[in-house]
Design a protein around this ligand. Structure first.
Ligand code: TRP
Length: 359
């Protein structure tokens, strides 16, 4: 048990995916998928989880399922290598969630930092839907149904993985070794850790993977910089300066040769900005060029996939079938471990018959 290396991760379909998703998780997933180091990769669209705080917006979730699927294909997730599926189509996940609920206390959920902040963000106060409150448990079901060993996600998901690990340990302790304890895989670049948070806070200038070249250009030009950097000659600050946060995440040394040959590297660019004499516009132009280089291939691939939408649904349907087969196999083991497999246990019936005096 547990010898295979299995990746699993997913996204809530509440909007098109943006550049924060890309650096925080999508790019890494594609590399992992192509690395050959993993036996299986499962990527899923967490529509049921999206509904936990969008129960009155089923249409929004439905529309974004296809948007996210297109974004996946556009960044290079490949259904030949990864099983791409939709959470709600795997009813075994609900069943697992129901059993796991007995392994988690209310106070433990209340202490989950991600749930805490999300409750504040959504102004739920005392009207928290139970399903929303318990979504870390359903997330544990998502992960363990596929015996995932590796979960590549952003830093904000750390408490979820920790909660999953606790559930796995508790389950295995009570019912015997059945489930696999997953490990989190965080983005490896500090700037990539910061960007997703930034993106969700400044949704106004959020750059989507599906944005046109013009939209990208406009969004970069209107990015927040340093409000005290008024004249080109003024010294500029780097902290809180979105343009530099993006450069930290995306800029590679070779970009200078291509788009800004006056500077040898990012450190020199930063030094000049801090010292004064470097205008925001020049830095923004540089960033825009880098962003276009990164996003153009994604945008073009997306356009291609948009030409055959039925094929995307077909890919998802097949992914759901494959995923369901795996989840079903895990559920068989879980039911057996929990002693709720009444009809496929030949010994049970014989034992009970004997107990009641029949031979
Ligand atoms: N909560 C995750 C997010 O908001 C999405 C998600 C649901 C997920 N289930 C998961 C991620 C299981 C990894 C593993 O991004």
């Amino acid at each position: 048990m547990g010898k295979e290396k299995i990746i699993l991760t997913g996204d809530r379909p509440t909007g098109r995916l943006h550049i924060g998703h890309y650096v925080g998780s999508l790019k890494r997933r594609v590399e992992l998928q192509n690395s050959g180091l993993y036996d299986k990769t499962f990527i899923f669209i967490a529509d049921a989880q999206a509904l936990t705080d969008n129960i009155e917006n089923p249409e929004k979730v439905r529309q974004n399922v296809i948007e996210v699927a297109l974004d996946y294909m556009a960044v290079g997730l490949d259904p030949m290598k990864s099983t791409i599926f939709i959470q709600s189509q795997i009813p075994e996940l609900c069943e697992l969630t129901f059993y796991y609920m007995d392994l988690v206390t209310v106070s433990r959920l209340q202490r989950n930092p991600t749930v805490k902040t999300e409750i504040q963000m959504r102004n739920f106060e005392t009207s928290i839907p139970v399903g929303f409150f318990t979504y870390p448990i359903s997330q544990a079901a998502d992960i363990t149904a596929f015996k995932a060993t590796t979960v590549p996600v952003g830093e904000d998901q750390e408490p979820m993985i920790e909660q999953t690990r606790e559930i796995v340990r508790r389950f295995n302790h009570i019912y015997g070794d059945t489930l696999v304890e997953p490990e989190i895989l965080l983005p490896d670049n500090a700037a990539c850790l910061r960007l997703p948070g930034k993106m969700s806070k400044s949704l106004g200038n959020c750059i989507y993977l599906s944005d046109t070249a013009d939209e990208v250009e406009k969004k970069v030009k209107s990015m927040y910089t340093d409000p005290t950097h008024l004249k080109v000659s003024d010294p500029g600050k780097l902290e809180g300066n979105t343009v530099f946060t993006y450069l930290d995440a995306f800029c590679k040394p070779e970009h200078f040769g291509r788009y800004l040959p006056d500077y040898p590297n990012l450190d020199e660019l930063k030094a000049h900005y801090t010292r004064g004499g470097l205008g925001d516009m020049k830095v923004k132009k540089f960033l825009a060029a880098i962003m276009q280089e990164e996003l153009t291939p994604i945008r073009e691939r997306r356009k291609e996939f948009e030409k055959d939408i039925p094929a995307i649904y077909d890919m998802l349907r097949k992914g759901c079938e494959t995923a369901r087969a795996t989840a079903t196999a895990t559920l068989d083991e879980v039911r057996k471990a929990m002693k709720i497999n009444y009809f496929d246990d030949v010994e049970l019936i014989a034992e009970q018959a004997k107990r009641f005096g029949q031979e």
